[in-house]
Design a protein around this ligand. Sequence first.
Ligand SMILES: Cc1cc2nc3c(=O)[nH]c(=O)nc-3n(C[C@H](O)[C@H](O)[C@H](O)COP(=O)(O)OP(=O)(O)OC[C@H]3O[C@@H](n4cnc5c(N)ncnc54)[C@H](O)[C@@H]3O)c2cc1C
Length: 501
Amino acid sequence: MATKVLPPKLLKNLFSAASAARYVNSSATSSSSVAAISQLTLGEKPEVPILENPPTITTPTVQDHPDILDLKDHQKLFSTVPTKKLLHAALTLHMSAFGPMVDLGTWVMNSRAMDVEITREAMLKVIRHTFYEHFCAGEDNLEVEKCVRRANDAGLRAMLDYAVEFTDDNETCDHNLENFIQSIQTAASLPPSSVSAVVVKITALCPLNLLERVSDLLRWQQKDPSFNLPWKHDSLPIFAESSPLYHTLTKPEPLTPEEEKYLQLGYDRLLRLCQKSVEANVRLVVDAEHTTVQPAIDYFTYSSAIKFNKDDNPLVYGTMQAYLKDAKERLLLATTAAQKMGIPMGIKLVRGAYMSSESKLASSLGFESPIHNSIQDTHDCYNDCASFMLEKINNGSDGVILATHNVESGRLAAKKAQDMGIEKENERFEFAQLYGMSEALSFGLKNAGFRVSKYMPYGPVEKVVPYLLRRAEENRGLLAASSVDRELMRKELKRRLVSAF
Ligand SMILES: Cc1cc2nc3c(=O)[nH]c(=O)nc-3n(C[C@H](O)[C@H](O)[C@H](O)COP(=O)(O)OP(=O)(O)OC[C@H]3O[C@@H](n4cnc5c(N)ncnc54)[C@H](O)[C@@H]3O)c2cc1C
């Protein structure tokens, strides 16, 4: 019944993805992007609404405005963090920024040593007291509750993520469903507004191979609109004219009756979670994953949003990955279609975590990568999409969670929201960072008056290991978020030490 952890091959891909993402903070090379979505070529496929007057988005530049975020005053930034916790955080971040340490840890975790109980237990113990304590909210609901309360006392909110990865069988999906429901119940039991959302992964609710099949079928229908999908519920546009369809080179077989039954089971699991979320009055945020399954994930997300997103408060939020070349166009098409249907749209905007495996897959099939050609293009796309969603919030009832550790993206969005007069208490607009990462940015945004959530993975240590290895990999080298935090933590610890004598 145990949920699978990622197989070593996939893990390796994820690690190399994060390796490729090592770079010096983009905020050092402040970007100036003025993007016009009107330049996009829009398709005429039936699912894709044609935009008569496409909106133009102008992204402000950092040079245009004084600093809205104070990330220099380390005393103020870390004023709510006890010294013991600060020291632990600084040590863990330094450790995970040390390349050879990450290499060693990764090697051990993927080695046969983990099959031997005694070494496995020893390794898990080390992980529990280092990376796990730093990047995770706890093993069970009780520990999570404590963690959320601590964050709440510091002025931050929580996005609860029961950290399971994909599965291939229905039994595990049922088990995962119970854990997700438990997350919602935990959220409901905590002080109002201390939990901003509960996170769900569709690959933990519906077997992965079935989601791949569904994605293939959806892609084929995009190629050939006459291709009938009898099981398909109402949805929003999943693809754009520019979306790559290379994953599906031949016409897929229709779903068998058994597959249709399992698909309905997966869909029902999501609907059950939505219903529980309504009762608990907490948002449900669906994570984005690989492009092999993302069309099915978007299909699940959008069709449940159509059922549950009402009035002026979206319940179901999907995730858009700005590193994808077609992200901006898809965002525009989905939000425009939702608007026409009178449905408030909720989007978590991220850059994307599967860069290297995406590029490798495309290249192995002889196609160009779906990821932007440069990191600057990804930054520009992120900032344009953020700007676009802020306009939507200002003019309607959509919602956005700007999930990023990038200081410049945080600054630009904060300034734009302020200029547009979006209320900082607006439930439909918030920033989010991963728990244990970018503390300075989180506190800086919070101190500037914005709503900020920490994305808090939790669950038994051994199940969270793939997630932890990704975080450790992401933190090493010159990765921006971690190096800014480490520097500020070091200064604050020094200040506290000096002032103690
Ligand atoms: C709250 C939260 C929730 C998240 N949920 C998801 C999720 O559901 N799905 C998901 O995929 N990720 C998710 N992520 C991770 C996210 O996608 C990024 O991997 C991570 O946040 C780093 O991006 P950043 O915006 O913080 O900015 P930065 O650290 O400034 O940017 C790094 C990112 O830029 C992109 N990039 C790097 N090099 C290049 C290049 N050469 N060309 C093009 N692009 C490049 C990559 O996407 C890389 O991750 C989440 C992150 C947060 C904070």
